[in-house]
Ligand binder design. Sequence first.
Ligand SMILES: Cc1ncc(COP(=O)(O)O)c(C=O)c1O
Length: 398
Amino acid sequence: MKSTRRGFLSLAGSGGGAGAATLHAISARGREAWEAENGFRGAPVFLPPPEADEIRISSNENPLGPGPAAVEGLRAAYGSIMRYPMNAATSDTDLRRKIGGMFGGGPEHVVLAPGSSEILRNAVRVYTGPGRALVTAECSYENPIRTANWMGAPVKAIPMTGGLGLDLDKMAGAAIGAGLVFLCNPNNPTGTVHTLADVTDFVNFVKKESPYTAILLDEAYYDYVTHPGFETGAELAMKHRDVFVGRTFSKAYGMAGLRVGYAVGQAGTISKLAPLALTFGTSVLSIGAAMASLEDPDYIRNEVRRNEEARKFTLDFFSSHGLDPVPSETNFVFVDIGRSAREFREACAERGVFVGRDFPPYENSHARISIGTLDEMQRATAVFAEVLGLQATDNQQQ
Ligand SMILES: Cc1ncc(COP(=O)(O)O)c(C=O)c1O
């Protein structure tokens, strides 16, 4: 790669089977985990309701759910449930207008989806194919790879850097002539972020060297980042053709069950994605709750502070017991436990603590643990200490 102001190597803040799944196993791993491993190949299942005493830290959810304003928005939307979303008191276009306005655009710059998973899937459907590769990182959110495989598109999965960040230099090189780059920033499962300066270099390089390559900047965990160098790539999306940002209300907004996500970009880019969107795919209730939640930024600020405290507690726990967590900017941590994630997961599940799935190629060394409430993390870390046979390496009480 030649035309960058500087290398992309810096990692912000860090210096660096299918098969018959049992109900118990599905419950233990959570739906996101189960789907990631099994796609849609298994029999339909219903997840049992969470047991009162279990700690479910497997799917990067906000453990407290949406704020009061969002719940009120949901309640108010009941009055419109006889209507299609376009005819509701708060319509799908109202929400698109609101979101577009947040990025200096209008409704034509936004496509809604029942969760950003659908944005990811449709992006791969639009921009990749047998002669147009998907470029992604070797250890990143798997959804785009599944769709690319289904499309018969080649996948270039670029190994991570030493600090488990995205290797932006190598991804930029691989992007030349490719159909779509999936750039997950913050990255799931590693929790790492790259600064806006580095992402800008990346996008400028790719769009100059390979103008027809599309770039999806996945910002599902955007709200949780506390690193000062991190900012949204939305301006890049508004500036460049076929560059777009994916966001969701499933994480910090606490609405994973309501299924609302969106993409933002130039109107011409959105008009390529929109025809693949499910017709009326985002319900009146979801729209009402999402709209109201955007009017309540204090809730998100508090949620970010709450997560940061519980995240720091969890990272400190691992460090003070001699383990090596990747510095996280998200609501999950990826930690080198020095053994199989499956063994760890199953031992934790037996004790009522449900942690993340396997993340190849790190499935024999690393576990992903979502951040629950501080109380949950205090109880969960006691289980981790027992399962991993950990002794504190300093005087910190955990
Ligand atoms: C990086 C990333 N992008 C997108 C999604 C999809 O989330 P949803 O479909 O709930 O919006 C997830 C879910 O965990 C994710 O981790």
